[in-house]
Write a protein of this length. Structure first.
Length: 238
């Protein structure tokens, strides 16, 4: 009898997991995204199930929909054979196409809202760094009972980090980071790779693996600023 009950519970567990009830959302950015977006967990569960992607890939898709497409409610993804994915949130429905496991296009009706149309001019270039929400948090001492400063960060996708230009970084540093007074200011992604301005000093920024709080763990390169304020990237000597 006990053996039958165990087999039944095991089958029930597999069934619930396949239905998306038990979904692992543990990623380098899941805690921050959960805190920032109340609809994050339900959304990435639907994205993972509907798109058959990993937790980090689901985070990237989630951030594209939120940062680039204006999604601000729980996301429900439905997959139809030989057709784009249906992305429902609130009363609205978007049409999303994937290239492998990343978002290639999103349409709102007949209007393409992601990415910017190829016919767009250079004047219409969108600096995603400026459009991303800044999150501020306390820096505490070693015992965790005293606030000794503050740090800040923004969330973008891994693809957006790769597409970021030196001009984008310059504009972000001048507009957002400079004179902000934070202990550090970071650009973070779901994979944990990003950029960190220590002491909010815009003369240089470390690129590489970041801690959960956005501080640099392992720098693989640096963005350095010249006398004209322009950035250039160089790999670190290891």
């Amino acid at each position: 009898m006990k053996k039958i009950s165990f087999v039944f519970m095991l089958l029930l567990c597999f069934s619930l997991c396949s239905c998306g009830i038990f979904v692992d959302t543990d990623t380098p950015k899941s805690a921050e995204l959960k805190e920032k977006y109340g609809f994050y967990e339900d959304s990435v569960a639907s994205i993972r199930g509907g798109c058959n992607v990993s937790p980090e890939e689901a985070d990237n898709i989630f951030l594209v929909l939120v940062n680039d497409c204006g999604v601000d409610k729980k996301i429900v993804v439905t997959h139809y054979a030989n057709a784009p994915y249906s992305v429902q949130y609130g009363t609205k429905t978007l049409s999303m196409t994937l290239d492998g496991k990343t978002v290639s296009e999103v349409f709102d009706g007949d209007t393409q809202i992601y990415p910017v149309s190829e016919s767009a001019t250079e004047d219409e270039h969108k600096n995603i760094l400026l459009d991303s929400k800044v999150t501020e948090k306390d820096v505490v001492n070693g015992t965790g009972d005293t606030v000794i400063g503050k740090y800040a960060y923004i969330d973008i996708t891994d693809d957006q980090l790769k597409e970021m230009t030196a001009a984008d970084l310059k504009e972000f540093a001048n507009t957002v980071v400079d004179n902000s007074g934070y202990n550090w200011f970071s650009i973070m992604t779901p994979s944990g790779t990003g950029i960190c301005f220590s002491d909010s000093d815009i003369s240089s920024a470390a690129y590489g693996k970041l801690d959960e709080d956005g501080s640099i763990l392992d720098a693989s390169g640096f963005w350095s600023r010249d006398k004209d304020g322009n950035y250039s990237f160089s790999e670190s000597d290891k």
